[in-house]
Design a protein around this ligand. Structure first.
Ligand code: UD1
Length: 473
């Protein structure tokens, strides 16, 4: 397996350009299943998760062409499908594959999608997705690790979901996306209460509206989707990746550098900018450029992850790497996932002083970190180790870097252009999972942990009354 060798201690300097957002591109790629017409998506990042999505879409029967001359654009067409199934080998490789459920069910009346199972950052169930589909009239069953769902048939007419009111108990990003996708071809209006408000939801809503579904309220906690009998195609450019932008801002600060991140949207990064400035980092925003400078003494801060516009869980690990050398004490509270501190022990190997107590990590700033051999455990944990290593003395060897390839486009090239000293050493052939990503979306690779309800022998539970009686939440 590949390794990255990082010689730390060089302040990053210069300008870097943000790629398209993986977490926005993925649901939009799945939205193409909803229409027989041509769908064109631009600014799709060249990362392993998007390749996994492509692989799955082609298995389903989506015709997909990559337009190399247009950079990162793809054209997709789904006149019909070959299969209703998202197989386990792809869903375990990337959790977002579960987003095939909504579009398949809405357009073709049936779907068979593997349940994602457990993952190293937490249990990550899909009950909210399924309860919502059931509220829209779907018959949802569990069989041999798969969810088999069908839309209610209506005599001679094709099976269709029907709009309804769904109140989510938590503003789940994945569930909000899956339900928006399903609702776009449902009969009537679907209202999603306590919906996720992330920028990626707003991007998906724009696409669905362009396809003909009227989507109101995206970005607020109540989203209304007026379903249509048929949807048209779209031509859309994916929003910039706020997590990649944030990662570069943090890396620049962690190395005491001076970096301008271009193509970023500061309104997507408010909580991070606030945290960095609280820690003593200088920030300037002008148009789509954010300049970060960390020349003076940095101090510890307290941060808790939260749904947007709160501090993103996907930047928690990187911020922790930065805070390892900020003076004083920082407390980081992870509220989204119960086990998202896998990077702590690796940071400790680099000399950090961190104590974890449940969902809280207390970081005591140390004057310097020291290079060591460390192991990536998931996508954001891996990049946090890169951030730490760039600011550490001597050399760090980062193993299991296939995690990084899932979500960062040209990471080494971009960092090298900013003056970092790092190189990849190619190892023996990777396995399928390594080639296509890890086993669990943005979180960690297969930990052997289960989501309990699957490997524990019991199927995920659809609560009684989840179907049609107003009690999905
Ligand atoms: C989450 C993050 C998203 C991030 C992604 C990858 C939040 C709110 N969501 O999205 O920003 O990009 O991980 O790291 O920050 N849950 C259930 N039942 C469900 C679905 C979710 O209980 O059916 C729970 C999860 O266990 C978790 C929380 O809700 O504790 C957040 O889940 P959700 O937002 O759905 O996760 P992702 O869509 O993966």
């Amino acid at each position: 397996m590949d390794e990255i060798i990082i010689r730390g201690g060089r302040p990053l300097a210069g300008t870097t350009l943000v790629s398209g957002a993986k977490n926005a591109a993925l649901p939009i790629l799945f939205a193409s299943i909803l229409s027989p017409e041509r769908c064109r998506l631009e600014n799709v990042p060249k990362v392993a998760d998007c390749r996994t999505a492509r692989h799955l879409l082609e298995r389903i029967g989506v015709e997909l062409v990559e337009l190399e001359e247009a950079g990162s654009a793809v054209v997709l067409r789904t006149p019909t499908i070959l299969s209703y199934e998202a197989p386990y080998e792809l869903v375990k490789t990337m959790r977002a594959s579960f987003l095939a459920l909504g579009p398949l069910l809405a357009r073709f009346g049936a779907a068979r999608v593997a349940t994602p199972g457990g993952c190293a950052i937490g249990s990550r169930p899909v009950d909210l997705h399924l309860e919502g589909m059931a509220r829209m009239g779907a018959d949802v069953r569990h069989s041999h690790g798969y969810v088999e769902a069908s839309a209610p048939s209506r005599g001679e007419s094709p099976a269709r979901l029907r709009g309804t009111r769904i109140a989510l108990p938590f503003p789940s990003v994945g569930a909000t996306e899956n339900l928006m996708l399903a609702a776009s071809l449902a009969i009537g209006t679907t209202v999603i209460e306590n919906a996720a408000r992330e920028p990626e939801i707003v991007d998906l809503a724009e696409v669905l509206s362009e396809m003909g579904a009227h989507v109101g309220g995206a970005g607020s906690s109540v989203i209304e989707v007026h379903g249509r009998d048929e949807l048209g195609g779209f031509c859309h450019r994916v929003i910039p990746d706020r997590i990649e932008a944030g990662t570069f801002l943090i890396a620049a600060a962690a190395t005491g550098g001076d970096v301008t991140v271009r193509g970023a949207r500061s309104e997507h990064l408010g909580s991070l900018l606030e945290a960095l400035s609280g820690a003593g980092v200088d920030l300037e925003t002008e148009g789509d450029a954010i300049r970060v400078r960390a020349s003076r003494g940095l101090r510890g801060i307290d941060v808790a992850t939260a749904p947007f516009p709160g501090f993103p869980t996907d930047l928690q690990a990187q911020l922790m790497a930065f805070l390892c050398r900020a003076e004083g004490e920082s407390v980081i509270t992870e509220t989204i996932f119960e086990n998202r501190f896998m990077h702590v022990q690796e940071l400790v190997r680099l000399g950090a002083d961190i104590r974890v107590d449940g969902s809280k990590a207390t970081v005591r700033g140390v004057p310097s970190l020291e290079g060591a051999e460390v192991m990536a455990t998931d996508l954001r944990a891996s990049v946090c180790l890169v951030v730490a290593a760039l600011g550490a003395a001597n050399t760090t060897r980062l193993q299991r870097v296939y995690h990084l390839d899932r979500g960062y486009e040209h990471l080494e090239e971009k960092l090298t252009a900013l003056g970092a000293d790092l190189r990849r050493v190619r190892g023996p052939a990777a396995t399928f999972a390594h080639t296509f990503g890890d086993e669990s979306g943005d979180g960690a690779g297969s930990s052997g942990a289960s989501n309990g309800s699957v490997e524990g022998g019991e199927p995920p539970v659809l609560h009684a009354g989840a179907r049609g009686d107003g009690s999905a939440s």
